[in-house]
Every structure is written in C-alpha cells, then in structure tokens.
Design a protein around this ligand. Sequence first.
Ligand code: FO1
Length: 321
Amino acid sequence: MKGQVLALSGGVGGAKLVLGLARILDADDLVVIANTGDDFRHLGFDISPDVDTLLYTLAGLADPLQGWGRHDETWNFMAALERLGGETWFRLGDADLAMHVERTRRIAAGETLTAITDDLRQRLGVTARIAPMTDDMVRTQIVTDAGRLDFQTYFVRRHCKPVASCLQYLGAESATPSPVLLDALSDAHLRAVVICPSNPYLSIEPILAMPAVRKALALCSAPVIAVSPIIGNQAVKGPTAKLMKELGQEVSSATIARHYRGLIDALVVDVQDAQMAAPADIELVVEPTLMLTLEDRERLARAVLVAADRMSATPKRASVR
Ligand code: FO1
C-alpha cells in the first residue's frame, strides 16, 4: 500500500521501531515526529535528546549499547570539564557536542528547530523526514517526593529514583505543533499513524498533550496503531514500570490499551500478553515485540503496517471519539 506513515516517537525504545520502518519503507513514505518534552538548556546549549537519538539511529551513528549518543564517540570535553570542576552529570561526547553547538547557534540566529532538524538530518544522510513535535517550548516535569523536577534532572541526574506522583507538560496547552506533524495528519492519503513503543507518559504524552494534535488525530482518516512498551508485567527498558506503579497503574499492556483508548484503533502486544483483555474498540495485534536485532525491528515494523493496512478499511475508534 502507498501513502505516508507517521511515527510518533521518544528516544531509545521508539527509535528501534523507527529504524525498522525506515528500512522497509521508501524514504518519502516515512515521517517521524520526535518528543521534545525532554529538551533542555544545559552548559549554554540547546539539547534535544530524542531528536538526536532518532537522527543518530537513522544515520547509523547511534551507540548500540546505551541507545543515545554516538558509537564513534570520544570524551575529551567531558574529561577536561571535570578537571575544571564543571557539571558532568549529563554526558556530552565530543562529536555529539558539535550537534549541540550547531543547533544552539542556529536557534539563536532565529531558525526553527523544525528547519534545523531537517537540514541536519540531510547532512547526516538520513532520508526519512524527522521533525520535532513543536518549535515552541514544551517541558516535561515530574512532581516527586523530592519536589518538582525537570525531565533530565529526574531521569539522568537523579536516575529516576524520586517517587513520582504526577507528570506535567509545561507549555503543551498553548504550543503549536510542528507544521510537519499537522501536514502529515491532514494528508488524505496518510497510510497509518504509528505510536512507537516509547514511554507513553514521558515520551508520547508530551506530543498528545498539544490540543491541536489530539484534534488532528481524531479527524485523521488513517488507522492509528500503538506498540506496547510492556511485555508481561515488565517494561522493556527504562523507568516505565516504576513510573506506572507510582502513578497507581498496573504494569500491563491492558493499562497501555486503556491509556490510549479513544485515540488508537489497534495495539500491538507481545505474544506473552496474547490472552489480555482489551477494550472492545481496540484490536489486539499479537507479535513478538522485543527488538534485539535489526531483523526484529524490520519484522515488527512489517507486522505493524500489515495490521494498519488491514484496518484502514474499517477504523473502529470513530465510535468512541
Ligand atoms: N542519558 C543518560 O542516561 N545519561 C546521560 O549522560 C545522557 C546524555 C545525553 C546526551 C545527549 C543526548 O542526546 C542524550 C543523552 N542521554 C543521556 C539520553 C537522554 O537523557 C534521553 O532524554 C533519554 O534517553 C530519554 O529519551
């Protein structure tokens, strides 16, 4: 089937499926929207971690072990900064630093993050379109027993240890989504919207928290299909399970289904969760969802598109929107 596929993604977990999609789709047929709720200003630089994780992943430059940063990295800047007593809790590699220097310079010169990202991805040889969710400032904050924390302070500096009670997406209410996102959603030939297996609360919700995105998603004609980041009662990676428990949610794909209810037509869950109960208006697609190899990523991407194409004739969620 032809038409563009729109993927909504956070960093490491989502980028795995995005890579699978990029490998099986024509370059013109993939648009990737990155969460920017994790963005922050650090050491004077504008840092967009999820944008960069997606850029590096699709450019073949990503560090395969940690998922973020570059595989060919050196750390002279960090070592020199440490020697001077500077802040080193957020690790910026030498080559990665070039990205932050260049983006910061161009933002200061008045360019949008959408335009900068589009130019940088072409320079890195990435053929799929990658865009930030917005050019406005949206900041994810976590209300915890240690106070209200910015995302990177909670995630990297405090290792997700504080107990979370609520999440907030500052600026999302009034943010204008990137034109790339709105254009894709209003495209009558859009093939599918894929919500990647990123953390639904930390990585996907900042995108959905922009009212114009919810509205455009509700109006878009393409099937919307999410991939659960939970297998059994565990998160594949990161703080998703800990956060779900702290927010009073059962750690399961059933919770993910309820979370996305009204937005999605189908949820892809792992074979371990084949027997789970889902709301009647969400079709369950059962597939191995653990992506350890490149083949896993391509296979899951293919399964997502097969399910989406099957659903495109009869989207179900219209009945509950
Ligand atoms: N994650 C870490 O856990 N520790 C780091 O020191 C760190 C540095 C870093 C630098 C640039 C970049 O683009 C991402 C970086 N990340 C780091 C990942 C970042 O925190 C992401 O926001 C999370 O992985 C969530 O997607």
